[in-house]
Write a protein that binds this ligand. Structure first.
Ligand code: NAD
Ligand code: MG
Length: 373
C-alpha cells in the first residue's frame, strides 16, 4: 500500500506465468495469458467506462487479454493505441487520449488504465489528471523501470520540445498491477536498464538489499517469477516510503536522483535515446560512488563490489569520453540544481545516501577527468 495525501492505494504484484518457460514462438500466446490476473484491479474501477491507453508495440501483446478480462467483468472498455516511443510523449498524444474520451462520451466517473512502460504511464496519468479536472487511473506497468519506479509516486507528464518532463501534474493512481510475466517479451536491454534503478534503491536505502541482489542475481537473470516479484515488491516499498515522506519532492525524494546528475550528463551529451536512461544511471552511479570514495566516505572495496554487481546485469560502468568543462556545464543545466550550485547525491555508506552542495569542486573535477582521458 502506498500512503499519499490524497488517498492510499494498493500495488498488486503477481507472477502469473512462468517467465522462464517462454520461448520466442510461445511468447505471444503466453503474453495474452499474462495479465489474466487483472482481476485484482476490478474493485478499483468505480464507473462503467474504461479507456485502456497503450502503444502499437504493446497492444498486440497484452491489450486483448486485459480488454477481454475487464469486459467480462461488465465494463465498457475502449482502447487508445498511441505510437511507441519517447518522441511521442507529447501534447499530440494527450490530445489523442482526450479525443478518445470525448468521442465515447466518457463521464467524470470513468477510469483510465495505463498499459505499458513509463512513457505510457506518465502520459495516461497526465491525461487522467486533466480530463474533467481529474479522473481515476490505474497503472499496469510492463517494463521493469515502470514497475519499480515510474508507476509509483504520482508524477505524471509529457515532454516539451525544449525540455523533458516539463509539463505535468502530481496525480496518484487508484491502483497498480505489476505482472512479472510481462518481462517475457521485454527486450533484455530494457530489463537491464530497470535493474539500474533497482540497484539504486539498495545503494540509497538498504545495504541488506544489496546483499540480497548479489545472492539472487542468477535467479533474477533467469527471470524466476517469484524472485522478481520479491524484488519488485521491495523496490515499491522503498519508493512508497520515500513518496509518503515527501510527496512533492522537497526533501527525501531527492535521494532518488542518486547517479542521475552524472547520468544526465551522459544522456544529454550522447543525445537522448543513444544510451537508455538506466544505462546512463548505471555509469552515473559509479561516478557518484567514486566521488563518495574520494571524499573518504566509502571504501574502494565498496566501489568494486557495486561495480561488479552492475556489470553482472550487463550495464555500463564507464561513461563515454566527455570534456570536463562540458560535463560541468551540463550539470549546471540540470533542473535538480538549486541556485546555480551543483547538488549531488552521495553515499555515507552503502545503503545510506545524502544530498549535498558542499563538496570540494577539485574532487568533482577529478571524478569527471578520470573518465575523460
Ligand atoms: P518506455 O515506456 O519507452 O518502454 C521502453 C520500450 O519497451 C518501449 O519501446 C515500450 O513500448 C517497450 N515495452 C514496454 N513494455 C514491454 C513489454 N512487456 N514487452 C515488450 N516491449 C515492451 O520506457 P520506460 O523505461 O518504461 O519509461 C521511461 C519513461 O518513464 C520516461 O519517459 C521517463 O521520463 C519516465 N519516468 C517517469 C517517472 C515518474 O516518476 N513518473 C520515473 C522514472 C521515469
Ligand atoms: Mg531514473
Amino acid at each position: 500500500t502506498v500512503h499519499t495525501q490524497s488517498h492510499d492505494y494498493p500495488i498488486f504484484i503477481t507472477a502469473s506465468g512462468d517467465c522462464r518457460a517462454f520461448t520466442e514462438q510461445s511468447a505471444q500466446d503466453n503474453a495474452l495469458a499474462a495479465l489474466d490476473l487483472a482481476t485484482p484491479i476490478v474493485p478499483y474501477i468505480k464507473g462503467r467506462q474504461v479507456l485502456i491507453v497503450t502503444n502499437d508495440l504493446i497492444a498486440p501483446l497484452y491489450l486483448k487479454g486485459l480488454q477481454e478480462r475487464l469486459a467480462q467483468a461488465g465494463f465498457d472498455v475502449r482502447a487508445c493505441v498511441l505510437p511507441d516511443g519517447e518522441q511521442f510523449k507529447n501534447q499530440d498524444s494527450i490530445n489523442a487520449i482526450y479525443d478518445a474520451l470525448m468521442q465515447a462520451h466518457f463521464a467524470r466517473d470513468c477510469t483510465l488504465v495505463a498499459l505499458g512502460g513509463g512513457v505510457i504511464g506518465d502520459m495516461t496519468g497526465f491525461a487522467a489528471a486533466s480530463f474533467m479536472r481529474g479522473v481515476n487511473f490505474i497503472q499496469v506497468p510492463t517494463t521493469l523501470l515502470a514497475q519499480v519506479d515510474s508507476s509509483v509516486g504520482g508524477k505524471t507528464g509529457i515532454n516539451h520540445a525544449l525540455g523533458k518532463n516539463m509539463i505535468g501534474a502530481f496525480w496518484q493512481p487508484v491502483a497498480v498491477l505489476a505482472d512479472m510475466a510481462t518481462f517475457a517479451t521485454l527486450p533484455p536491454r530494457e530489463f537491464a536498464a530497470g535493474m539500474a534503478e533497482v540497484i539504486k534503491y539498495a545503494l540509497i536505502m538498504d545495504a541488506e538489499f544489496l546483499a540480497w541482489l548479489e545472492n539472487h542475481a542468477d535467479k533474477i537473470l533467469a527471470k524466476d517469477g517469484e524472485t522478481l516479484a520479491q524484488m519488485v515488491h521491495r523496490c515499491c516499498d522503498y519508493k512508497a516510503q520515500i513518496v509518503a515522506a515527501d510527496e512533492r519532492e522537497s526533501g527525501k525524494r531527492a535521494l532518488l536522483n542518486f547517479g542521475h546528475t552524472f547520468g544526465h550528463v551522459i544522456e544529454t551529451h550522447q543525445g537522448y535515446g543513444a544510451w537508455l536512461h538506466g544505462e546512463a544511471v548505471a555509469a552515473g552511479m559509479v561516478q557518484a560512488l567514486v566521488m563518495s570514495y574520494k571524499l573518504g566516505l566509502i571504501s574502494l572495496d565498496d566501489v568494486r563490489r557495486v561495480v561488479a554487481l552492475i556489470e553482472r546485469f550487463e550495464l555500463p560502468v564507464q561513461p563515454p569520453k566527455i570534456a570536463v568543462d562540458e560535463a560541468l556545464s551540463l550539470m549546471g543545466h540540470d533542473k535538480k540544481v538549486q541556485q546555480g550550485k551543483i547538488r549531488l547525491v552521495l553515499l555515507r555508506a552503502l545503503g545510506d545516501a545524502f544530498v549535498t552542495a558542499d563538496f570540494d569542486m577539485a574532487i568533482l573535477n577529478e571524478v569527471l577527468t578520470s573518465v575523460s582521458d
